[in-house]
Each structure stands twice: as structure tokens, then as C-alpha cells.
Design a protein around this ligand. Structure first.
Ligand code: ARG
Ligand code: ZN
Length: 848
């Protein structure tokens, strides 16, 4: 059954389901095109509900039979599912349906990937498996029997029976249907175990395709570290006898936290020195932690409805960020988080797709797994903790876990726990969940009689559906640095609640320099009058690493903007400042590498637009290239020392090794502009790890070299699908503006290209939309190519199509010609017959 007119669902319309479920028994008889799913569900009237309609979701299901209390029934087909008349007392619902995993290219529900069965049910995929109240507030205990000739048959919970061609699993913890999972296939496990703090031994497995078993060790270590960390940091212990992770090649997202059976995009779990970069290792560690942490924040306590998605996602992202900081470096991690937040979430908040962290309506919930829900959601948790302090934060979390274990709850429930432990009123703070848009925080200073006053004003620009904005509670972390470079006031959190507010520091001897928004204490845009000398001073003396990096970044941005707008020469203040940091051997190499990096073209485009200047992508590209050459020449003496390849045989994927390589490779990409690619060519040939092999290739490509290395790379890695994704991406990412569309188009005809694998599709077309000057080339070729691709992908995989249409979300920044071309493409997409609900919603929002 396909729905006709897409419906908008509203938060305010929430009502509880009329029935609760005492138990669910499912039997799967696996078959590629005719899997039978037999369900037996014990329902009972829900005394807390007033609506007694017995409605079960169901999509793309062929109903074979149904019965209530053993008597056959023929349910009524209604929009999105079925209805039946049921007794006003406990009853048993039984149904048998047939589904076709093999033809399921949407990768939602039960589907096949390389001959193995896998599921993805969040958010609303379970309704493609059987008729069910597919909503997170209906929690139930599941028993699952799988019949199939695959050697490995997995589901949630603990194994109760394993036999020939059959396995039975029982999950004692009540869970919503979106956490259901099933995997069947020819898989090999990498086994291990973990003893919990109360002494319970847990069996751990990472299941992979034969041939990938040498890529599991790192993920397994990350899992054990995560389990330990959640015990130490949040007092949360694992609660089943077994924890399984499975790697799947065809997967729409990064990974999924199904109870006891996490399913991962293989790119987010498989790791080896030869095939994974340092960035891959870091990401894998973070995602393993993220999914594991969901066991408490998401699974034991889940969301009442999908509007509360940030309840589990924002909190779990925050938890994985803290974990990664503890495993690596908090300073570097924080800067990386801010870069991602600005690149994705600020971008979203500034355009037609802006929405609150807790949206109030949606057509397709899959469209709301966004940077706003995830990353801004995590920033809110960070702000809350900053405002109430570490101890109260932990107490509030403990209370939340105690009080709501086994429940499906709301943001109100979460905040109430903190109100209770602190006695604070969080009503104003709660606006962070409901008000979209990035606050602009303006600051000026007054200095008088040894007192420094910081004057702030905050405004949030209008966003779709929200014209008027209220002042937010903004924690502003401030420190003061004396003229001699010593810190005279250590970090203090100012709590801004008004539209305009001033804070005074008294009793100061000489006028200090204020370091404001330390550690990026709130997701706002700080606008502050500050000259280059003060920036350079903070860059040299601030004790807050985020601020030092930020000052370098602002110098870089100003330089680039002046080059773009006024054809100015690169500012000596910037060149000297970066030389000082990058060559400072006392500082962390990972931090120096971050300072070395230039702001992205997309970031510059947004900055120009905010300043009332229409960005010209080609000019932005040219200025950035020109600055890269200037930096290379300016640092030509230092580059050979900064470029320090890893000694063969000494690679370790930890923060230390990765930091050294990122500085070395940053230097290499500049060096390649000076030495004709000599250093990169030799590193490419010698590297014993993917970080340096790919880094060398990237350096060559970005210097317009590397043709033969590209071929060698393909010959070496043609059988490794994850490495080949890098090969596809690098070419599109480094293509010159006038060649990007052509390169992407040619790669889409490569025999190894397929739009059925989301990783491969993103490798080419995600890279095309991220190649700013290439995507926005004046010819419009890339716009048209992406639209063509999205139109043909939509009928196969609506989720990925909708997500990738976000490439156009910034279209209003650009000139009339580009806007016209983009509008034409968006309208062409929208006019596609049978366009999915997902893509229809996204494209309409972008156009509006
Ligand atoms: N809950 C998963 C996570 O940990 C993401 C699932 C996304 N699914 C989707 N259909 N959008 O982040
Ligand atoms: Zn998550």
C-alpha cells in the first residue's frame, strides 16, 4: 500500500496508543523474494488511552492471514495500515505476511545486502516487516524465531536456542519496534568478552563478511573502552549476556543501536592500518561508542514520539563526544566538533531547512535526522552541564535513569530531572529545543577605573515558520588575559538571559584582553570588534585552545575575504601568526595541523553572504588557491621539517600518531605546490598505512598532479570497496571547478559505480556537492547532473535521495543566474512522477 497524499504529523496531536503489548512472538521463514513473517502479539487495552481504535501500521506487506484470539479476521485496509474490531479485554493478534527482502532497495525494513539479510527499522521501518503499532511509545518484550539456511542467524537479546537452520532469541527488555533487528548470512565473528563492574561476563562479537575478519580488532577495543567508560562516567552497566555488532555494506546511515544487535555501515566499523585513515579510526571509535551508549540513552529509556528524537540523539552525541575527548584530546576534539557544527548545523540553521532541535511537525521523519537534532542537540546538553555544573549534571542524569527506566519519555521529562536536583527553573532554557536559528551575539567593551565591562546583545534571525524570536539562555565562558600574557581572570561562565546584558569585572590593574566564548560555550555566532593585533595576542597567549584556534581562523578568514572582495594581498599578520603556531614544537601537532588548515569555500561563501556580498564561487576558489601558494612559499623553509612521515612499522591509530601525521600531511600538501610533487610521490610509494598513502595522493591531486598514482591506487585496491570509495571521492573532491561535473559524470559510468550502494553514491555525488566551486560552476552542469542522479535514485532509495537534495539548501546565497538554474533543477525533481514523500518534502522545503 502506498500512501496517496503525504500527511503532516504534528507534535501537538500526540495521543497514546489504545493498547499495550504484553509479548511479541515473531517467526521469520527467510526467502529472498518471499519471506514469511508470522506474528503473535498479546494486546491489552491501555487504561491511559482514550482512543480505542485498533490500528496497526503496515507498508508493502502482503497479508496472508490474520486472527484474533484464534478466530480468522479480515482487517480493513486503511491509509498506512489496517484496522480491526477487537475485544475490550486482553486478546491475541496473529498474522502472517509475505515480504520481499531482495527487491527492497530502500534499505529500510528487511533487505538483502551481498546475499545477507539485514534490517533497518528506525524510524518507521518495522511496518515493512509486519503489521504493528510502529511507534516508539509502544514497548514490548520480543521473542524471535528465525528459520533459514544461513549459518549465522541473529536477533536482539539473548540466544535461547541454536540449531540447524533455526535460531531463537529472547530480549527480556521491553523495547519499541524501531530497535528490532535481524541478521542472517554467512558471517564470521571476531569474538571477545567483557566483565561488567558487577562481575557479569558478556560475550562480544563483531560479525563480518569472510575476508574482513582482520578489520575487527580496533572496533572491538573501542567497544570494550565504551563499556568501561559508561560504567565509570555514568554508572551505566550492560544488561544482556551478549552484545553483537554486524558490518553491512549497504546501509543508509552510519550505524544503528538495535538492542543487543548493533548494525553498522561497514565503513563505520571495519578498520585496518592498510585500508583506514586516522580520520576513519577516530570516527569508528566514536560511532561504536555512540551506538553502545544508546543502550541506556535511547533503548532502556526511549522517546515517546519522533519529535523527541533529540532526547536520545543529542544526548548520545554529547556522550560520544565526551568519550572521544577522554580517549584522545579534548582540545582537538572540541575544535573538530565546532568545525562540523558550523559547517553543517549553522549552514542548516541559516537556510530554508532550518528547524528546531525538537521539530513541531514533519511529513517524513527520516528527513529530521539532521545536524540540528544531533549536533545542536548535543550542544544543548553541553550548555546545560556548563550552567548547572558537573556534579548536578551527574545527579540529574542518575535521577533521569532511575525515574524513567523502561519508559518512553519527552524533553520535559529529561529537563524535570535537572530542575529537581538543582531547584532551577529551566523554562527559558527549554527554548533551545523549540526555537530554530543561530543566535548572533554582539559584544562591545568598556574600560573604566580598573573595571572591564562586557556588553552583549543577542538576536536570532527569523527562520521558516518562526518570525519572532525570544532571548535564549546563553552561557558565555570568559577569561581575561593581562597585557603581559598572564591570565588574570580564569574561565568564568556568564549567564546571559536578556536581549541585552552587561557583565563587569572589577579591580583590574591594567586593561586585560577578554577571551570570550571559551571552549565554544554556546552554539552562537559571536560578533566582536577586534583588531588583528588583539587576535594575534590571544593566539599567542590564550589558555583556551579553542580560542587560540579561533583567532587563527578569524585571521585566515579576514585575509581571504579581503583577497576575494578587494583583491588584497594576503595579510602579513596572518602569515606570521600561522608560522609561529605551526612551527611551535611545544604545541600538540594535531592542534598545529588544525591551525594550518584554511577555512572552507562554503564557510567563506556564507560569510560573504552574511556581509551582504553575493558570493562568487570561482573567486572564492581562486583566492583560496592563491593563499595556499602564498602560505607554501612563506613557509618554504619550515615545510621540509614539518613533513615527517611515519617510520615504516611504527603506525599506531591513536591520537598521538594521528596528530603527527595530520601536521605532516598538512605540510606535504603545501610542499607539493613547491617541489613538483617529489615528496608526495615518494611517500605514496613507501607508505605502509592508508592515512599517508591517501594523504600523499590527495596532496598530489590538489597540486594538479598524481595521474599515475591514481591508476596505481585503483590497481592496488580495486577489490576493497571501502578504499575504492576513497578513490572515487578524491577525484571528484580535487577536480578543478570546470571539470568537477565531468569527472563525476565519468565516474558514474565506471564499472564499480552503483547507485544501489549508498556509500558509493555518496563517494561520487556527496563529493560533487562538497566541491564548492565545482558544484556551483557557472555552467550549471553539476546542478543538472546531481538532479539527474537524484531523479533516478529516488525510486530506489528515497532516504538517500532526500538527504542528498540538501546540497541545494544554500541556493539563495548565490546570484540570480545560479538561483535560476537551481530552481529549474529543483522544480524538475519535484515534477518527477511518483516522487517519494521523503524527497517531495525536502525539495518543497528548499524551494519555499
Ligand atoms: N539511531 C541511529 C543513530 O545512532 C540512526 C538511525 C537513522 N535512521 C534513519 N532512518 N534516519 O544515530
Ligand atoms: Zn544515535
Amino acid at each position: 500500500m502506498k500512501d496517496a497524499a503525504p500527511q503532516t504529523i504534528h507534535l501537538k496531536d500526540y495521543t497514546p496508543f489504545g493498547y499495550r503489548i504484553d509479548s511479541v512472538e515473531l517467526t521469520f521463514k527467510l526467502h529472498p523474494t518471499a519471506t514469511r513473517v508470522i506474528s503473535k502479539i498479546a494486546f491489552a487495552p491501555n487504561p491511559a488511552a482514550s482512543d480505542t481504535r485498533f490500528f496497526l501500521h503496515g507498508e508493502e506487506l502482503e497479508l496472508i492471514s490474520a486472527a484474533i484470539d484464534g478466530a480468522p479476521v479480515i482487517p480493513r485496509k486503511v491509509e498506512g495500515g489496517i484496522e480491526a474490531d477487537v475485544p475490550d479485554a486482553p486478546f491475541v493478534w496473529e498474522a502472517e505476511v509475505e515480504i520481499s527482502p531482495e527487491t527492497n532497495t530502500a534499505l529500510e525494513g528487511l533487505y538483502m545486502s551481498n546475499g545477507m539479510y539485514s534490517t533497518q527499522c528506525e524510524a518507521e521501518g518495522f511496518r515493512k516487516i509486519t503489521f504493528y503499532p510502529d511507534r516508539p511509545d509502544v514497548m514490548a518484550v520480543f521473542t524471535v524465531r528465525i528459520e533459514g539456511d544461513q549459518p549465522v542467524l541473529l536477533s536482539n537479546g539473548n540466544p535461547v536456542e541454536r540449531g540447524d537452520g533455526v535460531a531463537v532469541w529472547h530480549d527480556p527488555w521491553p523495547k519499541p519496534s524501531y530497535l528490532f533487528a535481524l541478521v542472517a548470512g554467512e558471517l564470521i565473528n571476531h569474538p571477545d568478552s567483557f566483565t561488567t563492574k558487577s562481575g557479569k561476563e558478556v560475550e562480544l562479537n563483531i560479525w563480518v563478511r569472510p575476508g574482513d575478519e582482520d578489520k575487527c580488532a580496533f572496533g572491538m577495543e573501542a567497544l570494550k573502552k565504551s563499556m568501561k567508560w559508561d560504567e565509570d562516567t555514568y554508572g551505566r552497566e550492560y544488561d544482556l549476556d551478549i552484545f553483537n555488532i554486524v558490518a553491512v555494506d549497504d546501509f543508509n546511515m552510519g550505524a544503528m543501536e538495535n538492542k543487543g544487535l548493533n548494525i553498522f555501515n561497514s565503513s563505520c566499523v571495519l578498520a585496518s592500518q592498510a585500508t583506514s585513515t586516522d580520520a576513519n579510526f577516530e570516527r569508528i571509535e566514536g560511532i561504536i561508542a555512540h551506538e553502545y551508549f544508546h543502550n541506556w540513552t535511547g533503548n532502556r529509556i526511549t522517546c515517546r514520539d519522533w519529535f523527541q528524537l533529540c532526547l536520545k540523539e543529542g544526548l548520545t552525541v554529547y556522550r560520544d563526544q565526551m568519550f572521544s575527548g577522554d580517549m584522545r584530546s579534548h582540545a582537538v576534539k572540541r575544535i573538530e566538533e565546532v568545525m562540523i557544527l558550523r559547517a553543517r548545523q549553522f549552514r542548516e540553521d541559516n537556510g530554508p531547512l532550518a528547524h528546531p532541535v525538537r521539530p513541531e511537525s514533519f511529513v517524513e521523519i527520516n528527513n529530521f535526522y539532521t545536524a540540528t537534532v544531533y549536533e545542536k542537540g548535543a550542544e544543548i546538553i553541553g550548555m546545560l552541564r556548563r550552567l548547572i555544573g558537573d556534579e548536578a549534571y551527574r545527579k540529574g542524569c542518575d535521577l533521569y535513569f532511575d525515574r524513567h527506566d523502561g519508559e518512553a519519555v519527552t524533553i520535559e521529562d529529561w529537563l524535570a530531572s535537572f530542575e529537581e536536583v538543582t531547584g532551577r527553573d529551566l523554562a527559558q532554557f527549554k527554548q533551545w529545543y523549540s526555537q530554530a536559528g543561530t543566535p548572533r551575539l554582539k559584544m562591545s567593551e568598556t574600560w573604566e577605573d580598573g573595571a572591564l565591562t562586557l556588553n552583549f546583545t543577542q538576536t536570532t534571525p527569523p527562520t521558516p515558520g518562526q518570525k519572532e524570536k525570544n532571548p535564549q539562555v546563553i552561557p558565555i565562558a570568559v577569561g581575561l588575559i593581562g597585557p603581559n600574557g598572564d591570565e588574570v581572570v580564569p574561565t568564568t561562565v556568564l549567564e546571559m538571559t536578556e536581549a541585552e546584558q552587561s557583565f563587569t569585572f572589577e579591580g583590574l590593574g591594567a586593561r586585560p584582553v577578554a577571551s570570550v566564548l571559551r571552549d565554544f560555550s554556546a552554539p552562537v555566532i559571536l560578533e566582536r570588534e577586534i583588531d588583528d593585533a588583539t587576535r594575534a595576542f590571544l593566539l599567542a597567549h590564550d589558555t583556551d585552545p579553542f580560542q587560540t584556534w579561533e583567532m587563527g581562523r578569524m585571521l585566515a578568514k579576514d585575509t581571504l575575504i579581503a583577497m576575494i572582495v578587494r583583491d588584497a594581498a594576503p595579510a602579513p599578520a596572518y602569515l606570521d601568526a600561522i608560522r609561529a603556531v605551526v612551527t611551535d614544537e611545544t604545541q600538540d601537532p594535531a592542534f598545529r595541523a588544525l591551525v594550518f588548515g584554511l577555512p572552507s569555500q562554503d564557510d567563506l561563501a556564507q560569510t560573504l553572504f552574511d556581509a551582504g556580498i553575493t558570493p562568487d564561487p570561482q573567486k572564492i576558489y581562486d583566492a583560496r588557491e592563491s593563499l595556499r601558494h602564498t602560505v607554501a612559499r612563506h613557509l618554504s623553509d619550515a615545510l621540509p621539517t614539518l613533513f615527517r612521515p611515519t617510520e615504516p612499522g611504527t603506525f599506531t591509530p591513536d591520537a598521538e600518531g594521528s596528530g603527527r601525521r595530520s601536521l605532516s600531511l598538512a605540510a606535504l600538501s603545501y610542499l607539493a605546490l613547491l617541489d613538483g610533487g617529489a615528496a608526495a610521490t615518494s611517500l605514496f610509494a613507501q607508505a605502509d598505512n592508508m592515512t599517508e598513502q591517501a594523504g600523499a595522493l590527495q596532496a598530489l591531486l590538489s597540486a594538479g598532479l598524481g595521474t599515475s598514482e591514481l591508476q596505481a591506487f585503483e590497481a592496488q585496491w580495486k577489490d576493497d570497496r571501502l578504499v575504492m570509495d576513497k578513490w572515487f571521492t578524491m577525484q571528484v573532491a580535487s577536480a578543478a571547478p570546470d571539470k568537477a561535473a565531468e569527472v563525476a559524470e565519468a565516474l558514474s559510468h565506471h564499472p564499480a559505480f552503483t547507485n544501489k550502494n549508498p556509500n558509493r553514491f555518496r563517494a561520487v555525488f556527496g563529493a560533487l556537492s562538497a566541491n564548492h566551486a565545482g558544484f556551483h560552476h557557472a555552467s550549471g552542469a553539476a546542478y543538472k547532473l546531481l538532479a539527474d542522479q537524484l531523479i533516478s535514485l529516488d525510486s530506489l532509495n528515497p532516504q538517500i535521495t532526500a538527504r542528498m537534495s540538501g546540497a541545494f539548501e544554500t541556493w539563495k546565497r548565490y546570484d540570480a543566474d545560479r538561483q535560476g538554474m537551481i530552481r529549474t533543477e529543483l522544480e524538475r525533481i519535484l515534477a518527477t512522477p511518483n516522487l517519494s514523500r521523503d524527497t517531495t518534502e525536502m525539495v518543497s522545503r528548499i524551494l519555499s
